[in-house]
Design a binder for this molecule. Sequence first.
Ligand SMILES: Nc1ncnc2c1ncn2[C@@H]1O[C@H](COP(=O)(O)OP(=O)(O)OP(=O)(O)O)[C@@H](O)[C@H]1O
Ligand SMILES: [Mg+2]
Length: 280
Amino acid sequence: MITATTPHTPAAPNEPVARVERVTKRYGEGPGAVVALDDVSLAIAPGRLTAVMGPSGSGKSTLMHVMAGLDTPTSGRAWIGGTEITTLGDEDLTAIRRRQVGFVFQAFNLVPTMDVLGNVYLPFELDDHMATDQQRAWVHQLVDRLGLADRLAHRPGELSGGQQQRVAIARALATRPDLVLADEPTGNLDSRSGAEVLALLADAADTLGQSIVMVTHDAAAAAHASRVVFIADGRLVHELATPTRAEIAEVMLHLEESAAARAAHRAAGRHGRLGRERVA
Ligand SMILES: Nc1ncnc2c1ncn2[C@@H]1O[C@H](COP(=O)(O)OP(=O)(O)OP(=O)(O)O)[C@@H](O)[C@H]1O
Ligand SMILES: [Mg+2]
């Protein structure tokens, strides 16, 4: 149960709203283990839009899940605001997540039995409080801007992928949390709705002072960010401040080429081994 005594230490001004320190995440054991995050440290400054980029499988979603407390690291520490979440029990962690974090999942995670409005109001319901008139006005502004106003009574199964993505974004922004983590929020959108979502996220940072971390594969989307961090093979490998689209595209090209070369090298190693085994 969430109580008034649940620890909630907001970040002091100019302190990071989220932070991970020396985080490693390993899936599985032994030779087949996958190291999704390898000694990652990152602090997210308040009121800014940060983009996270990297080749597929580089660990971006894992990093977002660990930062949001949705997944626990194998080693290392994580904070939301001033609270260390890696040592919190489930109930306290859930309370902090509900009050301070909005999350847009790569796979949307909408509730299939609820209509659009039910999904968008879910964070209020989960936190056991009715939205105020001001919060309702904000939600209506959100669904309007996201072009969902004529779909409010539809369930996710009756919506296109892009519409579901926009519902997930409205849900994450509805309570105006300090921190919004969005995993490829424009991945399923056409260019017009993608631009609207980016404008919304940039506004949330600039005018509402929210901190937004957005995973994206799109250099044009990342160019809206004041900081772009690059991840490859579970490690933070580069970062750019207020980069242009061309600068971002250049780094991504380089990372994708190295990732492809490493994959080819691993495949050659496997074939080599198989070849020798066949000969033996
Ligand atoms: N539950 C899991 N069990 C085992 N391995 C996992 C699990 N989740 C992720 N991985 C592996 O961890 C690595 C990082 O995955 P992650 O989903 O974080 O990548 P990503 O950068 O978000 O990729 P994409 O751009 O394709 O979404 C991948 O090699 C993936 O296969
Ligand atoms: Mg991902």
